[in-house]
Design a protein around this ligand. Structure first.
Ligand code: ATP
Ligand code: MG
Ligand code: MG
Length: 551
């Protein structure tokens, strides 16, 4: 049922299919392999693959690899893994814009022969200057009227590496006075003496995004080329190439609003900066809004798909999605599907003075309150237990329903205990509590008293030590990159990670990478996939228990 929420694009595709103007839908997801995918890409993935799925078509995975200096095989591998983990399968083989470099080159020659492209010797800066502004038309380059033969010759020599980077470009000859600046003779090829991860040293020139994208769509028979709104002004250019080249099919570009999420940044360039500066522990740091970071944090693929369904697809620009909605999506998934366990993050020792040294009692409790299929777990009780230090107050305020001197509380799934004594060390710190058990309280209220509080605990003799990593938002402000004059790194939350050593119940002894739990009263946690693979018991906090998303 996921990835099928209606939206304006799905409706449009349905109408076209019903009207017979489209036969089989073909979409594509076209990442540039210059970083890991983030939650914004997930929106595009769910839309593109979701539409293909819904209408029985196919979605291509095409790497938009026209800028070799910034691209790497490692990013290609990570992107493929992320798309598959999200639960999608691309049609046929993975594709690359670089697969089409020969064809694109032939089309560039075609434009030259038609007097629709020319080699320009102006520098990048001069081109910008000649291009004009929104209120001022551009001026033609002095090289605009080069003869066809000279253009063909120069382009070929650019290709073979005869000229320095920046020395020449190939431009389309469209309209220097167009109100749309994208049509003022856009650049089709740049000289780059860079090795390419797919084509090696074959090319010394690389096509621009605009020259590669629509033609790649046409070669692949893409019917709907879905992209974010900043490309709306490029659409006339997208169409110009398709109209002026002998392409095998006519794709159509449709734009939608990009996802902006508060307290985060969704730009590969900025995320790469966090990685390169060592601010986070790699692209898959659980604080990163990358697919792989979210996975390591404990998100399920279905929760991310559900989130993408919830946010919908529109053309409304500038909106900001509350990250609480993302938290809601994973929380409701884990609420239904994560087994329960008790884990004490801030251990305080409690001695149960009326429990014998050799007491061996084991409670059998459900793995999940509503899921019989999750079976039961065993909770042993012994004379010494750990409780959370925050569940005790020496001088409690009025409405404190947890433990305090002389007060009673229920140990979850077990007995009611009363705090009889607070033991302190020489410097006055609490060392342990001495409490007594009321053995007549299992599954029932004590005689004549009402005990409101329930706290979690683990038997000290049976507890397993765990490392718990508590993650918070990476940024302190809602829109860290809104203000262009302030470096977004100034808004970093210095407290985005704290690591604590706690104690878990015995069911946490044997864990596999990515095992997920609700630690009762604490939150949802996931066994860190890297640490668990090394046999270490490390849990990442995925999300807290309290839902703050205002529907
Ligand atoms: P970034 O600025 O993070 O590098 P990008 O758009 O340059 O983003 P691409 O690798 O080119 O990254 O993106 C692949 C596809 O994902 C594109 O079709 C793009 O429109 C889409 N996409 C990227 N970011 C978002 C976003 N925040 N919301 C929706 N779609 C997005
Ligand atoms: Mg891009
Ligand atoms: Mg980019």
């Amino acid at each position: 049922e996921s990835t099928s929420a209606p939206n304006f694009i799905r409706n449009q595709v349905r109408e076209e299919i019903e009207a017979g103007s489209v036969d089989t839908v073909v979409t594509r997801f076209p990442p540039e392999p210059n970083g890991f995918l983030h939650i914004g890409h997930a929106k595009s993935i769910c839309l593109n693959f979701g539409i293909a799925e819904q209408f029985g078509g196919g979605c291509n995975l095409r790497f938009d690899d026209t800028n070799p200096a910034k691209e790497e095989q490692a990013y290609i591998d990570a992107i493929k893994a992320d798309v598959e983990w999200l639960g999608f399968q691309w049609a046929g083989n993975v594709r690359y814009a670089s697969d089409y470099f020969d064809q694109l080159y032939a089309w560039a020659q075609h434009l030259i022969r038609e007097d629709k492209a020319y080699v320009d010797d102006l520098s990048a800066e001069e081109i910008r200057e000649y291009r004009g502004t929104l209120t001022e038309p551009g001026r033609p380059s002095p090289y605009r009227d080069r003869p066809v033969a000279e253009n063909l010759d120069l382009l070929e020599r650019m290709r073979t590496g005869e000229f320095a980077e920046g020395g020449k470009v190939l431009r389309a000859k469209i309209d220097m006075a167009s109100p749309n600046i994208n049509l003022r003779d856009p650049v089709l090829y740049r000289i780059r003496h860079a090795s390419h991860h797919q084509t090696g040293d074959k090319w010394k020139i690389y096509p621009s995004y605009d020259f590669a994208h629509g033609q790649s769509d046409a070669i692949e028979g893409v019917t709907h080329s879905l992209c974010t709104l900043e490309f709306e002004d490029h659409r006339p250019l997208y169409d110009w190439f398709l109209e002026n080249l002998p392409v095998p099919s006519r794709p159509r570009q449709i734009e939608f609003a990009r996802l902006n999420l508060n307290y985060t940044v969704t730009s590969k360039r900025k995320l790469k900066l966090l990685v390169d500066k060592g601010i986070v522990d790699g692209w898959d740091d659980p604080r990163m809004p990358t697919i792989s970071g979210m996975r390591r944090r404990g998100y399920t693929a279905s929760s991310i798909r559900k989130f993408c369904d919830m946010i919908g697809v529109t053309r409304a620009e500038g909106g900001m999605v509350d990250i609480a909605m993302l938290y809601h999506a994973i929380r409701s998934d884990l609420e239904d599907n994560a087994p329960r366990a008790m884990c004490v993050l801030k251990p305080l020792k409690v001695v149960l003075t009326n429990v014998a040294e050799d007491h061996d009692e084991v409670f059998e409790v459900p793995g999940h309150p509503a899921r019989d299929d999750m079976g039961v777990r065993k909770l042993p009780l012994s004379r010494e237990i750990w409780i959370d230090a925050d569940d005790f107050m020496e001088e409690p305020p009025k409405k404190f329903f947890r433990l305090a001197p002389g007060k009673e509380v229920r140990l979850r799934n077990a007995y009611v205990i009363r705090c009889d004594e607070v033991v302190k060390n020489a410097s006055g710190d609490i060392e342990e509590l001495r409490c007594s058990v009321d053995f007549d309280t299992l599954g029932k209220n004590p005689e004549g008293r009402k005990v409101k509080g329930v706290i979690h605990w683990v038997s000290a003799a049976h507890a397993v030590p765990v490392e718990v990593r508590l993650y918070d938002n990476l940024f302190q402000v809602e829109a860290p990159d809104r203000d262009r004059d302030v470096d977004f790194l100034e808004h970093l939350n210095e407290q985005s990670l704290s690591v604590v050593q706690g104690y878990g119940e015995p069911s946490l002894a044997e864990i596999k990478p990515e095992d997920r739990f609700q630690f009762e009263r604490v939150g949802y946690f996931c066994a860190d996939r890297h640490a668990a693979a090394e046999g270490k018991r490390v849990f990442n906090r995925t999300v807290g228990l309290k839902d703050t998303w205002a529907k």
